[in-house]
Unconditional design. Structure first.
Length: 273
C-alpha cells in the first residue's frame, strides 16, 4: 500500500519512462544511465522520490533489470499505468502486488473480453507476448505503418464504441498498440500517485519532472503542474504533441535518453551544471 513508501515528505519527484528514455539500448556501456544513477545517489536519493513508469509488464521490467544497471525506484508503474507497485519484492522472493486501490478504480466500466473480441476483428493487430496481456491492458504489434496504422487505430476505436466498451487506445513507437480501461494511462497512474502523495505527505516543494520518448508518454506530460523533458531521440508522435503545446515547463533535450534527463535537471536548476 502507498503508506509503506509515502511515509515522509519529498523535496522532488522524478518520473521516467524506461526504454529509450532512461535506458539507451544503443549505449552498450550504459554510460548515460550510470551517470544518472550517480547523480541521483549523490544529489536526490535521500529526500526525493524516483518513479519508473513503463509500458513493460513486471515480468519484462525484471528482465530489463538483468540487462542494464537500473537504479532502484521508490515506486514502479507498469503496463502503461495499469499496475502501480509501492511495495518491494519480499525477502521470500515473492513478487510485489499491484496497489489494490488503483486496481479497483480501473475495474469500473472495464470489459476485457469485449475489448479482446473487438481487436480480433482487425488482422493488422498481432498480439504481443503473453506476459504483456494484463488484467487491464491488451497489447498488440501493428503490422502496418503511417496512415494505414492511423486507420487501424480509428477502426479499433469505432469497434470498441460499437461494442459498448469504454476503453482507451494508445499507439506508440510507430509499432505498438495498447487497449486500456478509459481511466488508465501513464498520466492517470501518475495523477493517482500524486494524489496519494498530497494526501499522505504533501506536495514536493521542488515539483515533479516527467521524462519520455513516445506516444504512451504524452499523458505524463499533460498532467497538470508537472515539468517535462522530451529526450532528443523521441518518436514523432511525442515531438508533434510537444511542438503543439509549447511551454516554459516543457524542455526538449539535445541529448539522448538519460543524458537528456540530466540535461533537464540542469535546465530546471534542480542541480548545478
Amino acid at each position: 500500500m502507498a503508506a509503506s513508501v509515502l511515509n515522509k515528505a519529498y523535496r522532488f519527484i522524478l518520473v521516467s519512462d524506461l526504454d529509450w528514455t532512461m535506458v539507451d539500448h544503443d549505449d552498450k556501456e550504459n554510460k548515460s544511465l550510470l551517470a544518472f544513477n550517480e547523480l541521483w545517489k549523490s544529489h536526490f536519493q535521500q529526500d526525493c522520490l524516483l518513479v519508473f513508469s513503463t509500458g513493460r509488464s513486471l515480468t519484462l521490467y525484471n528482465e530489463l533489470r538483468e540487462e542494464v544497471p537500473l537504479g532502484n525506484p521508490d515506486v514502479l508503474i507498469c503496463s502503461v499505468g495499469t499496475e502501480i507497485f509501492f511495495e518491494k519484492p519480499g525477502t521470500d522472493g515473492a513478487e510485489p502486488q499491484p496497489d489494490k486501490k488503483w486496481t479497483q478504480l480501473l475495474d469500473q466500466g472495464w470489459n476485457r473480453q469485449a475489448a479482446l473480441d473487438a481487436a480480433a476483428q482487425l488482422p493488422a493487430l498481432v498480439p504481443q507476448g503473453e506476459s504483456e496481456q494484463r488484467p487491464h491492458k491488451l497489447s498488440y504489434h501493428v503490422k502496418v505503418k503511417g496512415d494505414a496504422a492511423e486507420k487501424v487505430v480509428s477502426e479499433l476505436e469505432s469497434k470498441l464504441k460499437a461494442a459498448g466498451v469504454t476503453a482507451k487506445v494508445i499507439y506508440s513507437g510507430g509499432a505498438d498498440l495498447d487497449i486500456l480501461p478509459q481511466h488508465a494511462s501513464k498520466g492517470k497512474g501518475l495523477e493517482f500517485l500524486l494524489s496519494e502523495v498530497q494526501e499522505l505527505v504533501g506536495a514536493p516543494k521542488d515539483g515533479v519532472l516527467v521524462n519520455g520518448d513516445s506516444g504512451n508518454d504524452i499523458e505524463l506530460f499533460a498532467v497538470p503542474g508537472v515539468r517535462g523533458c522530451m529526450v532528443v531521440n523521441a518518436h514523432a508522435e511525442l515531438k508533434k504533441w510537444c511542438d503543439a503545446h509549447p511551454s516554459s515547463n516543457l524542455f526538449q533535450a539535445s541529448k539522448r535518453c538519460a543524458g537528456g534527463i540530466i540535461e533537464a535537471l540542469e535546465h530546471f536548476q534542480l542541480v548545478k551544471s
